[in-house]
Design a protein around this ligand. Structure first.
Ligand SMILES: O=C(O)CCC(=O)C(=O)O
Length: 298
């Protein structure tokens, strides 16, 4: 495992609930207003809970193969093996094999197509949605401070249109002890913020400068989706439990807006798409590449 100096989450003094758009999915204009105001919207039950739990099971089977689960415990609890450090670690062949086998799971990618999630995004974006292909899965183990994602804007990594929204999707219920994701509401109105190299966590960059200390966070359940704009500052919260936290990041934009080519690749280029889809049915709609008129930028 790579050794990274311990770096926990940035100070959070006050925790507010996320702006909740669940009841507004059928009222796109009101949902868009909420999203424009805060840059973050929680949609409860955006995805069928059973579908998320099925993906959780597949990820946990792969965690067991990786040797990350404590023996003799119910797999559903995701109890981590003692002393194990788990986080995005491309240099670690065990993590890489876990990640490649997760990327090959069609049901994982299919979570992005959930009808309520898509309806919410169509409302927020105000037009037909294009779903990026680079879906991210995250596994964060206990004593994860070194792996906690620092405060950042997704735009730094995604580029393309700033009007890209990320869905952070817990793959399993995410109570306080598991950490999850905290968001700085309204920060999308501050444009692109200065950044510096971070010592840990996914991505390797963090906001350079003082940040307010009131964040939104709340416990999430399988099926919920936390949506935020690509300028919205957010950070992981430390996993203080004994279990592994599993989650996904999926991105969406208006179909008519430009997209950076990297958003169409397999995350971290850990595989090629033909390798990912090798066992998927030939007529599977998820096999379709981007539409010919998508405005792809390098
Ligand atoms: O899940 C996490 O720990 C952080 C995810 C995140 O911030 C991101 O992917 O942009």
């Amino acid at each position: 495992m790579a050794m990274i100096a311990s770096m926990a989450q940035t100070v959070i003094d006050r925790i507010l609930p996320h702006p909740d758009g669940t009841a507004l999915v059928g009222q796109p204009e009101r949902l868009r207003q909420l999203a424009d105001e805060h840059g973050v919207v929680l949609i409860r039950n955006a995805i069928d809970r059973g579908a998320v739990e099925a993906v959780r099971w597949m990820l946990l089977e792969r965690c067991r193969t990786a040797g990350w689960l404590k023996e003799g415990q119910p797999m559903a609890d995701a109890r981590a093996a003692p002393g194990i450090e788990i986080g995005e670690d491309v240099a670690n062949p065990v993590w890489k094999a876990w990640y490649q086998s997760v990327q090959r799971l069609r049901p994982f990618h299919a979570l992005s197509e959930a009808p309520v999630l898509q309806a919410a995004l169509a409302g927020i974006l105000g037009g037909p949605v294009y779903t990026h292909l680079r879906h991210i899965a995250r596994s964060i183990g206990p004593t994860s401070a070194a792996w906690t994602t620092p405060p950042h804007q997704d735009y730094w990594y995604i580029g393309g249109t700033p009007d890209t929204w990320t869905a952070w999707i817990p793959i399993g219920d995410c109570p306080e002890t598991l950490g999850g994701l905290a968001v700085l509401p309204g920060s999308h109105k501050r444009g692109v913020l200065p950044k510096r190299r971070a010592t840990g966590g996914a991505g390797g960059l963090e906001v350079d400068g003082e940040l307010p200390t009131s964040w939104t966070w709340e416990p999430l359940r399988s099926g919920d989706a936390l949506l935020f704009h690509s300028y919205t500052v957010h950070q992981g919260r430390d996993n203080r439990s004994q279990s592994i936290r599993l989650s996904a990041d999926m991105r969406f934009q208006r179909r008519s807006d430009p997209i950076r080519r990297g958003s169409l690749e397999v995350h971290l280029r850990c595989l090629t798409w033909p390798d990912v889809m090798v066992d998927w049915a030939s007529g599977d709609p998820l096999r379709a590449g981007p539409p010919a008129d998508l405005r792809i930028e390098d």
